[in-house]
Design a protein. Structure first.
Length: 637
């Protein structure tokens, strides 16, 4: 089959006359016709089309096209996308389902038509169809810019990081300027996906910089005007990294109207950041810009960039939004680089903490690095990597430092909410912190989720449900977000909706938390065998034992239920007191249930925060001790 394809490509490459659909192309006369009517193309647009026609039904990278059409001459990517847009219009290629030229995100294009070699006497090509030569001098003129011709000189990455942050500010606002001018109804929010930065530096070790720039771009755009512009979260877009996914498929997956593609290149002490805004429905190239700077000059032009940002913000944002954006300043380049490294290597909390520490040492005023250092300390504590008291103390100190440096940093308030919730058992204080974070950054799905959970703890289910749905809208491919929505629906008693969302979460992540939540729902519905099947997916540990004890009780297998409960108590009583209480409550043993609830409270078991909403405790609701316990927790509003 491979030989057949190679022979076919060879035949296409050597031919002069081609047919695809209603179109005919003559490479010798450089003409294109549709049903014997001429199609007007510029010379370079014809060259691009010819290369695509000779390479149908495969990914043709941007680099291939640029090399084939322009050779070694440097040409902006924006020029190429302009030619693709011109070709789509000329070929009336505006049907999303039957598009001739399909965009493969960040990679290139695919010509989807079946191409055949036409006979030399093909009458459709006999007419002398003249290719239009009227074109702008910019379209086909070779750029004089030779600064970015290939070079093997290494570039200074620390300066690059600081520089890139400043460029991001300009890119974000330029993007907003274009999006803000679109004719979108007031009631309709624009949804935008920022695809992962393509690392074109030639150095795979710089991948963490590309990822960091992606996150910063998302954060900057999400803060601009979240009521009008929704930006898809990092966790949902990173799945497209290094994948050849059609742009229209991305649009459907993420429910977005627009996509922002980005790439970063380097050459010696020069860097170039390219951003392109594309409308998904017709893959129209709407706007592009290349930002070229000497790395050594970046920190010197900070004032100029800040003034440009201010001008753009005044045109598009409220005074309050102007203030928030003005408070976002880059750290020094080396501190920013250390922060990026911490985010990139964040799966290991020890490694992440070292990088965040370095960032705060290099720039003690870097508030965001203090927030992430606090979070790393939390994770180190949870995993037993540092002593509990020390970890909690360090986490609190870092969060307090961040707030002192920037009282309007949303993530700092969110982290203080986590501390108040899990360490202080100050539910009201945590709720206030989450609400403050949400007010400052309503487009951040992580903050939205925390605010949703907090509202739910106090029984504000409608508010919690609205926020949970918003988090899914902003992060549609995140299994945890979808499972969180399902859990809230379960707590509210909307079991059918909960099951649907939990199953959707498992489609996104078959090893996710949806299994154990489905098991609980099936137990409540009396589907114990189905529940047991879901429990089997849970790894060994207290949650698995707890749900076995519950499922066996429903099946009338009290001996097995007692055995699972006893094993839970024997092995995990210091960390699973709340789960033990849930089992006793579900089995309608209130005395034992309240005894273990008191133990959970004394052990500072975070599960007690769910007392007001957990369906497994339903049998306790009529007991005066239940109301008294809620008052003790300050969860009665």
């Amino acid at each position: 089959m491979g030989d057949i394809n190679k022979d076919r490509e060879s035949n296409l490459a050597g031919a002069n006359l081609y047919r695809f659909g209603e179109f005919a192309l003559d490479s010798r006369k450089r003409t294109v016709s549709r049903a014997e009517s001429p199609v007007s193309l510029t010379p370079k647009a014809f060259d691009v089309l010819l290369f695509l026609v000779r390479n149908p039904n495969r990914l043709v990278t941007k680099e291939e096209l640029l090399q084939a059409v322009w050779g070694d001459t440097f040409v902006e990517e924006g020029n190429l996308t302009q030619y693709i847009s011109h070709l789509r219009k000329a070929l009336v290629d505006n049907s999303e389902d039957n598009r001739l030229i399909v965009t493969i995100a960040r990679k290139g294009y695919q010509f989807t038509a079946d191409v055949t070699v036409a006979a030399a006497a093909d009458t459709a090509l006999q007419a002398e169809v003249q290719v239009a030569t009227a074109q702008s001098s910019r379209a086909d003129t070779q750029p004089a810019d030779e600064v970015f011709l290939k070079s093997r000189r290494r570039w200074r990455k620390a300066a690059f990081v600081g520089a890139s942050f400043l460029v991001l500010m300009v890119v974000c606002l330029a993007s907003w300027r274009h999006l803000g001018g679109m004719a979108t109804p007031r009631s309709q929010k624009i949804m935008l996906a920022v695809l992962p930065f393509e690392n074109l530096t030639g150095d795979p070790n710089q991948e963490y910089l590309a990822d960091g720039l992606t996150e910063e771009m998302i954060s900057q755009l999400a803060r601009l005007n979240p009521e009008h512009l929704g930006v898809i979260a990092r966790t949902s877009v990173m799945g497209y990294k290094n994948k050849d996914t059609r742009l229209d498929q991305i649009g459907r997956d993420l429910s977005v109207q627009y996509v922002l593609e980005n790439s970063v290149r380097a050459n010696g002490n020069q860097i170039r950041l390219t951003a392109q805004l594309i409308q998904v429905k017709d893959q129209t190239h709407l706007w592009s810009q290349d930002y070229n700077y000497l790395a050594k000059d970046f920190l010197n032009v900070e004032d100029d960039v800040a003034r440009a940002v201010a001008r753009e913000v005044q045109m598009r944002l409220t005074s309050q939004q102007q203030t928030k954006l003005a408070q976002t300043h880059p750290a020094n380049p080396e501190a920013f680089e250390a922060y990026f490294q911490g985010r990139y290597l964040g799966k290991d909390p020890n490694v992440a903490a070292k990088y965040y520490e370095r960032a705060t040492q290099l720039d003690p005023n870097y508030a965001l690095a203090w927030v992430w250092l606090s979070r790393a300390r939390f994770r180190q504590t949870d995993r037993g990597l540092i002593p509990t008291e020390e970890g909690r103390r360090l986490a609190r100190a870092a969060a307090e430092r961040a707030l002192a440096l920037d009282p309007n940093l949303a993530l700092a308030h969110d982290q203080m909410g986590n501390i108040k919730l899990t360490i202080d058992f100050d539910w009201a204080g945590a709720d206030a912190s989450y609400q403050r974070a949400l007010a400052l950054e309503p487009g951040n799905p992580a903050i939205v989720v925390d605010a949703a959970a907090s509202a739910t703890l106090f029984g504000r289910f409608d508010e919690g449900l609205r926020l949970a749905r918003r988090s899914v809208e902003l992060d549609p491919l995140n299994a945890t977000r979808r499972a969180g929505l399902g859990q809230l629906e379960y707590w509210m008693g909307a079991l059918d909706e909960a099951v649907a969302d939990l199953k959707r979460s498992l489609e996104l992540d078959p090893q996710g938390q949806g299994h154990i939540l489905l098991a609980e729902i099936y137990v409540i519905q009396g589907r114990s065998q189905d529940a047991l099947a879901e429990i089997e997916h849970e790894r060994e540990g207290p949650i698995r034992l707890q749900h076995y004890a519950i499922a066996y009780h429903v099946l009338g297998k009290e001996k097995e239920s007692d055995a699972a409960l006893q094993e839970l108590i024997t092995k995990h009583q210091t960390i699973a007191a709340f789960q033990v209480a849930e089992v006793y409550a579900f089995r309608n043993q209130p005395d034992e249930a309240f005894e273990w609830l008191d133990r959970a409270y004394a052990l500072r078991d975070g599960g007690v925060s769910l007392t007001n909403v957990e369906p497994l405790l339903k049998n306790l609701h009529g007991d005066p001790r239940y109301t008294a316990f809620l008052k003790k927790l300050n969860l009665r509003t």
